[in-house]
Design a binder for this molecule. Structure first.
Ligand code: URA
Length: 428
């Protein structure tokens, strides 16, 4: 048994070097144990060379950042098989798993860039974040390109990244920090030591092709500030990431991911449940019967659809087949949770004043609990991040109410809710 020892959870260079020695030494994947830290062991002498596809190397470089203990071994076995001449089919379970990890890493990296908040500590900007995967180092390079002018540090429970205006350094992680005051006090006490013990990070290339122009933070003084992101391009990037989402099984049967649409600076963000049959085919939210009813109600309440952002809690159509017809099935709480990362991104980028939650799935996705729509309808609810939420019924519900008086009554109540939304936005 060979023991490959990596220096850190993100020791990509170490993994590559060990993989090279092991493959050239003819060591089968099941004869290697991978650990982070520990006494380095001798690996086979590496002589000669071999090649695997760029796509596999690039997949490994992203998947290796996943917080998955088996990733080093699994990625080694993919390289081992590719080097032995095996063509890895698309549905190979290990390849699929590596792709899932890479997707989760990309999503987490995006999430970190859109959620990260900084607070000024003297001339320094200080941010704390707990990423789901080991994405800090790769993200730090992007942040350094985006915000080159001011020194900053991002600290996470795993490690920390520090930019002094010219070079990036990587240091130790920090304990979980609950609020800004604790973070500032912790930095006062430990910042110098962390900086002193940090080691050079990867050199940052000049920011020539950035999709987001570097801008200084624009809110001074006390409290967290959000580094501005160019919202339209950030939305486009999130939409591209979501297009290959495999976070749950709904992607298997659906035609495509239906991402939200609307202005990146909309004051109101409407959330539905999931795309329906027509949305799934066309690729846009709320274009089928429920969308037409929503359009009519928006118009009657004086809201211009072109000015709002519309999305869904779940981005893939869930259905069951009845003959040739695809019949809507409500998403499960797990599917809503798995898809939450996309709605979070949309919220973080658009930063609306008000979220309109249409129906129980949308309300659950945002409020994080089961919601009795009829009980909570019509109230403005303050969310932990300062945004407001407003619960109302889903337009599909109105389509199910039997035609006649009841339907007219329910429709009028929906228009009243939307009118209240319009008035609220003027107030919030
Ligand atoms: N129902 C939804 O919740 N969303 C759509 O996009 C269409 C129907």
């Amino acid at each position: 048994m060979f023991h490959a020892v990596l220096t850190s959870e993100t020791d990509w260079a170490g993994w590559r070097a060990a993989t090279r020695s092991l493959v050239l030494g003819g060591v089968e994947p099941n004869a290697v144990r991978w650990t982070v830290g520990g006494t380095p062991h001798l690996l086979p002498e590496a002589t000669g060379s071999f090649g695997v596809s760029r796509t596999l190397v690039s997949l490994a470089s992203v998947a290796v950042q996943a917080r998955e203990p088996e990733r080093f071994g699994l990625l080694y076995s993919l390289v081992w098989r590719a080097h032995a001449g095996e063509t890895l089919p698309d549905d190979d379970p290990d390849l699929r798993l590596a792709r899932r990890w890479a997707l989760a890493v990309r999503t987490d990296a995006h999430r970190m860039r859109t959620h990260l908040r900084f607070m000024p500590v003297g001339p320094h900007l200080l941010g704390w974040y707990a990423p789901a995967h080991y994405v800090l180092e790769a993200n730090a390079q992007l942040l350094a390109q985006r915000f080159p002018a001011r020194p900053w540090s991002v600290v996470t429970p795993d490690s920390s990244a520090h930019w002094d205006g010219t070079a990036l350094r990587i240091g130790a992680g920090v304990p979980r920090i609950e609020d800004d005051e604790t973070l500032a006090a912790w930095w006062d006490a430990h910042g110098d030591a962390i900086l002193c013990d940090s080691t050079p990070g990867v050199t940052v290339p000049p920011a020539e092709e950035l999709d987001e122009a570097p801008r200084p933070p624009d809110r001074p003084a006390i409290g967290p500030i959000v580094l501005p992101v160019a919202s339209a391009s950030a939305l486009a990037a999130a939409r591209t990431d979501a297009a290959s989402c495999e976070r749950c099984d709904l992607c298997d049967a659906a035609t495509q991911t239906v991402f939200g649409e609307g202005p990146a600076d909309a004051a109101v963000l409407f959330v539905g449940e999931q795309p329906g049959d027509q949305e799934d085919t066309i690729g846009r939210p709320f274009v089928g019967p429920a969308g037409q009813l929503l359009d009519r109600a928006l118009e009657e309440s004086g809201i211009d659809r072109r000015g709002i952002y519309i999305t869904n809690a779940v981005k893939h159509f869930k259905f069951t087949l009845r003959g040739k017809r695809r019949i809507h099935v409500s998403p499960s709480p797990e599917e809503i949770a798995a898809c939450g990362v996309w709605l979070d991104s949309e919220r973080a980028i658009v930063r609306p004043k008000l979220l309109v939650l249409m129906g129980g799935s949308a309300a659950r996705a945002v409020l994080g609990r089961p919601v009795a729509v009829t009980r909570e309808r019509g109230q403005a609810i303050r969310l932990p991040d300062g945004q407001m939420a407003f619960v109302t019924v889903h337009p599909s519900y109105l389509l199910r109410v039997p035609e006649g008086e009841a339907q007219v009554r329910e429709y009028r109540a929906f228009v009243r809710d939307l009118t209240a939304v319009r008035e609220l936005v003027g107030m919030v």
